[in-house]
Design a protein around this ligand. Structure first.
Ligand code: PLP
Length: 396
């Protein structure tokens, strides 16, 4: 870690590994020339295994929200019946985008902190009269609550009860950090963003679509231009993008994927698993109650409740003073929870540092915490996940 830089523990943008930062400062090339084509083709090829698809992936120059909007405008038509499954503020946003474009959206709102229940979803799908929903919107990793939805189980229910519904997944903060098998699970559209697991600056949204989704795009009637996925597919076949892309971010994602290839996909997933376990154990040892249902705890962001009586502003100010940047709560959770991001370029060392700082500040502010206990709990939890320490030796 660089002691002159903050330990940015927010759930994206993540810090940039040095080689990714350097990649972003490289000189421009002709985005319609062979050098750029080589890079774009490599980015798409290396990203497909993380989507779990052999199909086409579109690289859009926009924020993750632009990727969600692309999903909506490409496959939905005004008046389409849509089920928006929301487990937090990003699920609400996805449903809102569909509503703004004229879809007839019914929301299945789940209590924040919980994952969607496949049986509740089954009932919601079954309650819809024929011909059923045109699409179901799902959030893979709900960044606002630190909850990861069981996408394979939810998709299986949709495929069974509503086989004609498109399954559209926001995996902006999940993909690249945890296993995802778009083709095997029968998912139609998946969206991710460069500033999350891909360890790059914000600026690109990647959208993968199934053959069924590509076919629907030919008949859907929502107007679209900049976000037209068909235009992206057409130009990608020539190693180009339809409009001038965020070239510097494409360089960065290319380098991020090279680092991920060196680490191996299994290694990337194991690191996220270990960092998540360490964060949860460290926070609990500090006396913080975790917000998410433990069975659905996210591998990329952990949310904890602000305890009664804790002056969060003062606490967070001290934490920031020591170089650790946490994220607060969003929307209705503002002031009630705080979040620790652990995705992208995160290392166990950075998590132990963050837990150590939280420990120091807790002790300084008179919270009943034993020096070293939380760091030890975090370390043990991570080592148990990695198999270095036998799970049996880890205190509950
Ligand atoms: N969806 C999820 C789950 C997210 O975490 C985010 C960003 O944090 C977004 C969508 C929106 O991405 P962006 O802020 O890049 O528009």
């Amino acid at each position: 870690m660089n002691r002159f830089e903050p330990n940015l523990r927010i759930p994206g943008p993540t810090t940039l590994p040095p080689s990714v930062r350097d990649a972003g400062s490289r000189q421009m090339v002709n985005h319609r020339g062979p050098e750029f084509a080589t890079i774009l083709n490599r980015v798409i090829a290396r990203m497909k295994p993380y989507f779990g698809t052999t199909g086409d992936v579109a690289v859009l120059s926009c924020a993750g929200t632009g990727g969600l909007e692309a999903a909506v405008v490409n496959v939905l038509s005004p008046g389409d019946r849509v089920l928006g499954v929301s487990i937090g503020s990003f699920g609400d946003r996805f449903a809102r985008i569909a509503t703004v474009y004229g879809a007839d959206v019914t929301k299945l709102s789940v209590e924040w902190g919980r994952a969607a229940d496949p049986e509740e979803l089954r009932a919601a799908l079954a309650a819809e009269p024929a011909p059923g929903y045109r699409a179901v919107l799902l959030t893979h990793n709900e960044t606002s609550t630190g909850v990861m939805n069981p996408i394979p189980a939810l998709a299986a229910v949709i495929r069974e009860v509503a086989p004609n519904a498109l399954i559209v997944v926001d995996s902006v903060s999940g993909l690249g950090a945890v296993p995802f098998e778009m083709d095997a699970w029968g998912i139609d559209l998946v969206v991710t963003g460069s500033q999350k697991a891909w360890m790059s600056a914000p600026g690109l949204a990647m959208v993968a679509a199934s053959e069924r989704a590509w076919a629907v795009m030919e008949t859907s009637t929502t107007p679209r231009f900049y976000l037209d996925l068909r235009a992206h597919r057409e130009w990608h076949a020539k190693g180009q993008t339809p409009w001038t892309p965020a070239v510097g971010v494409v360089y960065q994602v290319d380098e991020g994927l090279a680092l991920m290839e060196r680490e191996t996909q299994a290694g990337v997933f194991a690191r996220h698993e270990a960092c998540a376990a360490a964060t949860r154990a460290g926070l609990q040892a500090l006396g913080f109650e975790l917000f998410a249902d433990p069975a659905a705890a996210s591998k990329t962001v952990t949310a904890a409740k602000v305890p009664d009586g804790l002056d969060w502003k003062a606490f967070n100010g001290e934490v920031k003073e020591r170089g650790v940047v946490l994220a607060g709560g969003q929307g209705k959770l503002t002031g009630l929870i705080f979040r620790v991001g652990h995705l992208g370029s995160v290392t166990l060392g950075e998590i132990l540092d963050a837990v150590g700082v939280l420990e120091e500040v807790s002790i300084a502010l008179g919270r009943p915490v034993e020096a070293g206990a939380a760091v030890a709990a975090a370390q043990r939890a991570a080592l148990a996940v990695s198999g270095v320490l036998a799970a049996a030796t880890v205190p509950a």
